[in-house]
Design a protein around this ligand. Structure first.
Ligand code: MIC
Ligand code: SF4
Length: 646
């Protein structure tokens, strides 16, 4: 078993209770929380439902960065609710325009050695500055704000040993794409990645943050870098050296598994459609025509990334057949580029400048044309996430992206004949926190416009559960498949409306939608059941992927494997996450089959198998066995019909 690691040191310093054995739940104290607007409204509504007068964390920040299109009043209604509830509950508020939560948090608030949970799956970005930073559902973040500890499975610690140094045009993004090619997006639930080795010192904090950010795509709990001289330099440049502590693994630290990555052997890589682990070298794709290049997102829009892009674009012109759009990750970065003239170089080269925020990463505009290739520096290329059905989205580094934008086709940036720009890290960043609203002593009124609904509540779990399989889906179903974002994002605070688009990507013209079928099952007095294969619920932390199915009467999800955050969200909203004891059973179940559970409340016990009875349309019956990973605490929540009831 691992010992002497940074991860263990942070867990030990925050340990509340549990068993330090891999896979067993441990509860840890949470120092900081973050929320963003698309998941935050529910989180604060839930916090209100808990009647907590003021947050109990050292620091909680509410960011607005996702929903900023303001098509109709819904987004702005959300923002006003968020700002007012932040003031009322002692939470700092970062308004639209200030930047993407993960980047701003890293720049202005992250502290090595502290714990952070955030209602966004890329919260592990904070691992770049030596935090144990974990993504969670909104309800878990609300509980942390209420002072409750957060439970994680005691991790298997995967040590990634970095040696050597990156070559010109090869980037931190390529390092994480390389790791995704090794570990893939499946099978890493419950692990934490810790980076060590001589190569660590060659990476700056923003480069490390690119790596920990996209660790989310591995499905691990989080990823952590040590806190060292690079960390001190970054904090000093953010005028926060007082927050620095050194935190490194012991010289004789042991990891549960070790993977070595030689940085000097890293080459430009691309994640091909439609999964972040579908990796090829950019060279292999050379010559493939590209219509759109997007640079930004919480993965790749630090000062260093955008300065490198600006220096490459200077006195050059983006290829006529390509649109290049750039969304700076924070106002700090945008302001610096504006002051030092680099923004002018970007604009002169023909790039379109987008608002500072998530923007096209979450399908908020810039959807590609039909049958065209889109190249992005983002972290997810799930099918349809761009807002275009049948999209072809590739994920690359800013280095590859800018080379491709100039050429109009895939090209290995090392071959474009341009000298790799040497970006000088600023000794001091532009520090301007004037947009952050600090909560005053006197809470004002909470602004609750008509589109802000209350979180729906579930009934207690019935003992006799007569279920109907409403949908059967395959492998790697992401929460984007379950709850689409893009144009629907503005309904996040309005569950009855948002529920209409559950599993919209599987709708067929002229046939009833999932929402209609599930509601019909619910209204007939039966429970809806979702059947899936491997890695169900990958990706976004959006708890709506549990809340909306719950609203439509879903009580059970049965799969070969369910991802960590989604599984926790199911429990929080009283849906039973079950795992087929025999994977072959999956093939025997069809949509509209009945699945009946007798004495379900009694059957749910930690470590015990659950029996169900499958009833086919012709009346044929068969017993099906399920396992689960539920702790006694999880079971209590499920029996009550969800955490809010409890
Ligand atoms: C994402 O990148 O998928 C999101 C949008 O940031 C989500 C959060 C959400 O769905 O609101 C995430 O990563 O958790
Ligand atoms: Fe925003 Fe994209 Fe990052 Fe999610 S992954 S927080 S949508 S920039």
């Amino acid at each position: 078993m691992a010992s002497g690691t940074v991860v263990q040191k942070i867990i030990d310093a925050h340990f509340v209770e549990g068993e330090k054995t891999i896979g067993k739940p441990v509860a840890i104290r949470i120092d900081q929380t973050l929320t963003q607007d698309a998941t935050g409204t529910m989180a604060y509504l839930e916090l209100e439902a808990m009647n907590v007068p003021s947050v109990k964390t050292e620091l909680s920040v509410s960011y607005v960065d996702h929903n900023m299109m303001q098509n109709g009043p819904e987004n702005r209604n959300d923002h006003m609710y968020l700002q007012s509830v932040a003031a009322a509950k002692g939470v700092r508020f970062s308004p639209p325009g200030n930047g993407i939560c993960h980047q701003v948090h890293l720049e202005r608030f992250g502290v090595p050695g502290k714990t952070l949970i955030g209602s966004d799956s890329h919260t592990p970005t904070g691992g770049g500055i030596g935090m144990l930073a974990i993504g969670a559902g909104g309800l878990d973040v609300a509980l942390a704000m209420a002072g409750k500890p957060f439970r994680i499975p005691y991790p298997k610690i995967i040590g990634v040993k970095l040696t050597g140094e990156l070559a010109p045009w090869c980037a931190a993004k390529d390092v994480i794409l390389k790791l995704l090619s090794i570990l893939t997006t499946k099978g890493n639930v419950g692990s934490i990645v810790e980076y060590f080795g001589s190569g660590v010192a060659t990476l700056t904090v923003p480069q490390r943050a690119t790596i920990t950010n996209m660790g989310a795509e591995l499905g691990v709990t989080c990823s952590v870098f040590p806190s060292d001289e690079s960390t001190r330099i970054f904090l000093r440049a953010q005028n926060r050296e007082k927050d620095f502590i050194a935190l490194t693994a012991d010289a004789d630290a042991q990891y549960d598994q070790v993977i070595e990555i030689k940085l000097d052997e890293i080459e430009p890589l691309a994640a091909c459609p439609s999964s972040p682990d579908n990796i090829k070298t950019v060279g292999e794709l050379a010559g493939k025509k590209v219509a759109q290049v997007l640079i930004g997102s919480c993965t790749n829009s630090s000062y260093r990334d955008l300065a490198m892009v600006a220096m490459t674009l200077k006195n050059r012109k983006v290829c006529d057949s390509v649109t290049l759009s750039i969304a700076p990750g924070s106002r700090q970065v945008l302001e610096m580029l504006a002051r030092n003239g680099m923004l002018a170089d970007i604009i002169a080269a023909g790039a379109r400048i987008l608002e500072t925020g998530c923007g096209p990463c979450i399908g908020q505009g810039q959807s590609p044309a039909d049958d065209t290739v889109s190249v992005r520096t983002f972290n997810r290329n799930f099918a349809g996430r761009t807002g275009t059905k049948g999209d072809q989205a590739y994920l690359v580094s800013p280095e590859s992206a800018v080379a491709i934008a100039l050429k109009g086709e895939f090209v290995d940036p090392r071959t474009i004949g341009i000298e790799y720009p040497k970006v000088v890290e600023p000794e001091i960043f532009e520090i301007n926190d004037n947009m952050i609203v600090i909560p005053g002593d006197v809470p004002g009124e909470i602004v609750r416009k008509r589109t802000i609904g209350a979180p729906p509540v579930n009934g207690a779990l019935p003992d006799e559960l007569a279920g109907v399989v409403v949908i059967k889906v395959g492998d790697k179903i992401t929460t984007d498949h379950i709850m689409p974002a893009g144009i629907h994002l503005k309904h996040r605070s309005n569950i009855p409306v948002y529920s209409k688009v559950v599993f919209e990507c599987f709708s067929e013209p002229g046939k009833p939608t999932f929402a209609e079928r599930a509601a019909a099952v619910r209204d007939s007095g039966k429970a809806g059941i979702i059947v899936a294969r491997d890695s169900y619920g990958q990706g976004s932390s959006r708890e709506h992927a549990a809340i909306c199915p719950m609203f439509l009467g879903v009580k059970v999800v049965a799969a070969l494997a369910i991802e960590r955050i989604h599984s926790a969200n199911l429990v929080n909203f009283g849906i039973v996450p079950l795992i087929f004891a025999d994977p072959a059973t999956y093939d025997q179940i069809e949509e509209n089959d009945a699945l009946v559970f007798h004495n379900l409340r009694e059957q749910l016990e930690p470590g015990k198998t659950v029996k169900g009875e499958l009833v086919k349309a012709n009346g044929q019956k068969q017993e099906i066995l399920f396992n689960h990973r539920l702790s006694a605490g999880d079971i209590r929540i499920i029996l009550a019909g969800g955490m809010l009831n409890l």
